[in-house]
Design a protein around this ligand. Structure first.
Ligand code: HAM
Length: 437
């Protein structure tokens, strides 16, 4: 077939078709950025208060890393990775999560001779079916702690998340926890579970039938009502735990009780990634529809050794920024970026002076967010812009104000007389009004 001659046809290189963002990958527009920043800033402050240090790792890793850590027969590795061949033939993948990269980084950089409390944030990539709360590029803030084996650190990371929700004003989140036991306990349980489920094989949903041989614990987490009914009567891993694992879990529960953080033990809580042992937990909301888990994690004591490092206990979690931002917006905890003042200058002289005066105001009132009008125009049109900018005040100068050495200060969001103040007083006024909000 010959190529179409129409230059607007999508298949013609350089055709005028609008290029759109990739499905499931979204622009973050200014109107939402304020809420993202509020979440990110608050999370950073909370994490710093607990002594966690930030780590930044590459967005791309060898595919092998994710296969060996997340697990060959997980949804992520089987069907959701963005993998491609590098120019030298290496198979690379966009990171679908942050834990594997962190583990690689701490091994590679020799950070395991002492315990580490690390956090990270950034984009992750999974080729999932996009829907509300589920995207192909999404963002996480995560924590990984290395070298601490006791229940005290599991408790700490959970308490830290509870503190973050309080700081963000999110009070409708439910904490579910479970213990997946250690490798040997899980292996024994797996056999018992397969034996039980096998009796109902024909009634299990297709995915669960497949998982029965590949990853039977994931059957516990099936969404199919018929499978769920079968699973409800299945033996429970919690009942098969040895004393040490049981004590570990009990200590976390006792700590949560003592800290008055409500939780629910969910014996069906298994995670979609293979590396967990012992503690797993999720924070869930009912306000976001099907994708209600806003934060999830647990212990993964075997992973560092599995990836070639020294035997090191580890625990962590990651929260989904998009889901939390949506929840913040729904519950009125969103934050619009707010300007304090918009500088209007009418006439040639004033327009020449405005940038200089605005700089002096910024020097004198460092925390104040001041936007200067650019592009000239009548007083009316500039004032309209001031109003639209969302600023609380318009600062106005023209020939008359310049002659008298004052700036007109007009409140845009409340009834108040316009004032005329010298520059230093204007700066003080804006600083004080900012602190009063
Ligand atoms: P995960 O459960 O795969 O765990 O993801 C953690 C959180 O990231 C989820 O609870 C959800 O809020 C968010 N999330 C996951 N996938 C998507 C998506 N497609 N769209 C939007 N949000 C999403 C992990 O990633 C583990 N690395 C957590 C961890 C860290 N465990 C130990 N350390």
């Amino acid at each position: 077939m010959t190529a179409p001659l129409d230059p607007t046809h999508p298949s013609v290189p350089g055709g005028s078709r609008n290029i759109q963002a990739i499905r499931g990958m979204h622009d973050l527009l200014p109107e939402r950025v304020g809420t993202w920043q509020r979440l990110e800033d608050t999370a950073r402050q909370v994490l710093e208060r607990y002594g966690y240090a930030e780590i930044r790792t590459p967005l791309v890793e060898l595919t092998e890393l994710f296969k060996r850590s997340i697990g060959e027969v997980t949804d992520i590795v089987e069907k959701e990775m963005y993998s491609f061949a590098d120019r030298n033939g290496d198979s690379l993948s966009l990171r679908p999560e942050g834990t594997a990269s962190c583990v690689r980084a701490v091994i590679e950089n020799g950070l395991l001779n002492q315990s580490q409390r690390l956090w990270y944030r950034g984009p992750m990539f999974r080729h999932e079916r996009p829907q509300r709360g589920r995207y192909r590029q999404f963002h996480q803030i995560g924590v990984e702690v290395f070298g601490l084996a006791g229940p005290d650190i599991d408790l700490e990371v959970i308490l830290l998340t509870a503190r973050l929700w309080r700081a963000l004003g999110l009070d409708g989140l439910r904490l579910e926890i479970n213990s997946l036991g250690d490798a040997a306990e899980r292996a024994a349980y797996r056999e018992e579970l397969v034996c039980y489920l096998d009796r109902y094989r024909d009634r299990l949903d297709a995915d669960s039938q497949r998982r029965l041989t590949t990853n039977p614990l994931r059957v516990l987490d099936s969404k199919s009502p018929e499978t769920q009914a079968i699973v409800a009567a299945a033996p429970s891993l919690m009942d098969r735990l040895e004393t040490q694992t049981r004590d570990h879990f009990a200590a976390i529960c006792a700590g949560l009780d003592a800290a008055a953080v409500p939780y629910c033990v969910n014996p069906r809580l298994v995670r979609g990634l293979d590396y967990y042992n012992r503690t797993v937990f999720e924070w869930i909301t009912d306000d976001l529809g099907a994708q209600g888990t806003v934060c999830a994690g647990g212990r993964y004591d075997g992973l560092v050794a599995q990836l070639g490092g020294r035997d090191t206990a580890a625990v962590g979690f990651a929260m989904g920024i998009e889901r939390l931002v949506e929840l913040m917006e729904l519950t009125g905890e969103g934050a619009a970026p707010q300007l304090d003042a918009y500088f209007v200058a009418v006439g040639e002289w004033a327009q020449r002076q405005a940038p200089v005066l605005a700089e002096r105001l910024r020097d004198a009132a460092p925390g104040v967010r001041l936007m200067t009008h650019c592009g000239g125009g009548s007083f009316k049109s500039q004032f309209k812009r001031a109003d639209k900018s969302g600023a609380r005040y318009a600062l106005v100068i023209g020939d008359s104000e310049l002659e008298r050495g004052v700036i007109g200060v007009k409140a845009l969001r409340e009834e108040a007389e316009q004032q005329e103040l010298p520059l230093a007083a204007t700066a003080a006024f804006l600083s004080a009004s900012q602190q009063s909000t």
